[in-house]
Design a protein around this ligand. Structure first.
Ligand SMILES: [Ca+2]
Ligand SMILES: [Zn+2]
Length: 281
């Protein structure tokens, strides 16, 4: 915070967010981090007051995430007015690492100060051991290890279409109208492995945006002879949707599953479980 100048609205809002919401700082002032939030979160900037990043909002219950289970074309209104975002979660990976996609459109309110417009793509790593041990590409091990910043700094990463250096905050969001920021992108986990999630054919930035989301393929688990509810749980844990035929009751068990176990299918596919009651043979 600068001394002598009157504090901007951002400083007041930022300090209140520390006090009232228990949010941490996100800025990096000692080295260049290509994945820093900078002007795209209140907890990074000094002097301006944009919206919070979506990971902080999610923690506070201010954001309604749409969990995208199936590949397809999706629409996303501006987060400033609609409080919605896409959550890209792979149930097999768990809930400790995921992606959030928001539509940042500089409307007439807090986000009017944004230096860019388009989809904000965020990688959120909840687990401290993971976010401290997996530094973002372009950051030295020395810097990442020496400058421990906690979850806000190290576990919330903005995936930019143009990484730099130098920092280019006018090309920080994904906008299909600009080929340098509107290209198709496959997302990777912090350990570098492909997540199976990808964003394609991103529309031009606007108050309502569109993109095609690809979700990971998945392998159908073996649930034959499992009780109904256990089978349903295991199908969902694989990123699939259970549907039932036959004797649908809590006592029933799976006689036939389709597709069969071991089949590689698109995430979000339906697995039909034909149920039967009575003793399991
Ligand atoms: Ca732009
Ligand atoms: Zn602060």
């Amino acid at each position: 915070m600068s001394i002598g100048a009157p504090p901007g609205p951002g400083i007041v809002a930022h300090e209140l967010a520390h006090l009232l919401l228990n949010l941490g700082d996100m800025y990096f002032d000692r080295f260049f981090n290509p994945y820093a939030a900078t002007a795209f979160s209140l907890m990074d900037v000094d002097g301006r007051a944009p919206h919070l990043d979506p990971a902080s909002k999610l923690k506070l219950g201010w954001l309604h995430p749409t969990v995208v289970l199936r590949s397809g074309r999706y629409r996303l209104p501006a987060v400033e007015t609609h409080y919605v975002a896409w959550a890209l979660v792979d149930p097999r990976r768990g809930l400790r690492e995921y992606f959030i996609v928001e539509n940042r459109w500089p409307g007439t309110s807090y986000d009017a100060v944004l230096p860019d417009r388009g989809l904000g793509v965020w990688h959120v790593i909840e687990d401290e051991a993971t976010f401290t041990s997996t530094r973002p590409p372009g950051v030295s091990a020395e810097n990442w290890d020496r400058y421990r910043g906690g979850w806000s700094r190290q576990g919330i990463r903005m995936i930019r279409p143009v990484l730099g250096p130098p920092r280019d905050n006018s090309r920080a969001l994904w906008d299909g109208a600009d080929p340098s920021t509107g290209y198709d992108v496959a997302l990777r986990w912090a350990d570098g492995t492909p997540s199976g999630f990808a964003l394609r054919d991103i529309s031009p930035a606007g108050p309502l945006m569109e993109a095609t989301i690809q979700v990971p393929d998945t392998v159908v688990p073996y649930v034959r002879f499992d009780p109904r509810n256990l089978a349903a749980q295991r199908i969902r844990a694989a990123g699939l949707i259970p549907a039932f035929t036959g004797a649908d009751s809590a006592q029933a068990w799976v006689l036939i599953q389709s597709p069969p176990s071991g089949a590689r299918v698109a995430g979000g596919s339906t697995v039909t479980l034909h149920l039967r009651e009575g003793p399991i043979p």
